[in-house]
Design a protein around this ligand. Structure first.
Ligand code: GTP
Ligand code: MG
Length: 197
């Protein structure tokens, strides 16, 4: 079983990507479950995901890397016992700490898990966001196994190169893919990396 978190700042395209990954992998015969964390709001995302035919659990009213950490661990065990999927995709909130979630998953799923962190970077906003919220963005890039630069459909080549520079400055180890979660460009490359993991 692979457990994959899609980290990424608010609005970077996490839900759009997880629906695309989830539906593509279920079409290939994989059993996919999804855990979505909504902080304090009515769960719009969960209903969108259910309509895509994926098994989903929504954790609301708190953050899974802090106040809901116990719920996250409990939910992971329950999904494993009840559904035993090939892949669990977790969408944390945009301000969660990826490394904290990795630790929580490891403690809950000792011996079971292969944990992968994808950090989604919104190419449309990366350059500005890195100036305004450097700490958060750096932390998300630093904690990634794979960095997916998203929204390449909406920006020019120079912006993509600039975004790549920011990513490489913070994390030289991570694999980088360039995608549009919206129209599907590059998502196959990301799926290959997940399948090879
Ligand atoms: N142009 C473009 N827009 C995208 C792409 N991916 C997502 N979006 C748009 O970006 C907005 C946010 O997408 P979501 O998938 O909801 O992002 P999120 O990271 O889940 O957002 P939160 O859960 O609120 O943090 C939506 O309007 C999407 O349609 C992309 O590849 N290209
Ligand atoms: Mg979302």
């Amino acid at each position: 079983m692979i457990i994959c978190q899609i980290a990424g700042f608010l609005g970077s395209g996490k839900t759009t990507l997880l629906i695309r990954l989830g539906t593509a992998l279920s079409a290939k015969g994989k059993r996919v479950a999804i855990i979505v964390n909504e902080v304090g709001e009515v769960g719009v995302d969960g209903s969108v995901i259910d309509s895509s035919g994926l098994k989903s659990v929504e954790l609301a009213e708190g953050c899974i890397c802090c106040s809901l950490s116990g719920s996250l661990q409990h939910t992971l065990k329950q999904i494993k016992n009840d559904y035993d999927p090939d892949l669990i995709i977790i969408e944390p909130t945009g301000i969660a700490f990826p490394t904290k979630i990795v630790q929580l998953v490891r403690t809950a799923m000792v011996g079971e898990e292969k944990m992968i962190t994808i950090s989604l970077i919104d190419a449309f906003r990366a350059v500005n966001l890195f100036k305004e919220a450097e700490l958060f963005v750096s932390r998300q890039i630093a904690g990634a196994d794979i960095v997916a630069v998203n929204k390449i459909d909406a920006v020019d080549e120079d912006t993509i190169k600039e975004t790549e520079k920011i990513v490489k400055k913070v994390n030289r180890e991570a694999q980088i893919v360039f995608i549009s979660a919206k129209n599907g460009d590059g998502v196959d490359n990301l799926i290959k990396l997940l399948e090879a993991a």
